[in-house]
Design a protein around this ligand. Sequence first.
Ligand code: COA
Length: 195
Amino acid sequence: MTILETARLRLEPCAPEHLEGLHAMNRRPEVMRYIGAGAPETLEGTQRMIELVQRCWAHFGFSWWTFIDRASGRVAGAGAVQHLRPEPQRPADWAALRAWPLELGWRLHPDFWRLGLASEAAERMAGFAFEDLAAPELYAVRHPDNAASGRVMDRLGMQALGLQRWYGEMLAAHRVSRDAWQTRQEAREKARSAQ
Ligand SMILES: CC(C)(COP(=O)(O)OP(=O)(O)OC[C@H]1O[C@@H](n2cnc3c(N)ncnc32)[C@H](O)[C@@H]1OP(=O)(O)O)[C@@H](O)C(=O)NCCC(=O)NCCS
């Protein structure tokens, strides 16, 4: 299982010791408003999610991370690299998921909103997907009204593809190819070294 770091966050594969912090986030209606059924998650739901995520890590070698705020040690959020799927439920045979592209996902506890942390974590997860997993492309999908998440997708250099059916819902889909990602990374490097 892979731990990732950014300037302000440590991304740890979701584990039972994160339950309290993840539940403090998932129980908030404003966090879940645009996710799935749009309802706050129960403690048992978050516990089941951690167990499922641990099985995904073992099966695929990637899944959800808990974002730990390095300064305070608090759980700031969570994010994922995972396979998209057209249906809400996972297929019985998980291997079938490999037919679908990878997507990034993210959510933060409201105490950590508007600090640029979602973008910071998303950049690192995208780097992992393109460099370590050699993904040819990455998607992100959101409820069409979720403007904040759309801004994170823009900041990653993703192109808006319009509405597509994923997870059984019509969602705004965004995509970036590995080539476009690499070109953007090189341009940033150049700009940095010219400073
Ligand atoms: C979506 C979410 C992760 C964004 O996190 P964040 O750390 O606040 O985002 P960032 O600070 O990286 O900001 C990215 C951009 O979105 C903007 N933004 C943040 N919150 C916003 C809001 N509520 N409405 C409009 N824009 C918003 C920021 O100003 C920033 O804009 P900029 O690129 O012009 O500077 C956070 O709002 C969240 O956890 N929401 C609930 C869970 C969720 O919806 N997850 C996504 C499911 S698809």
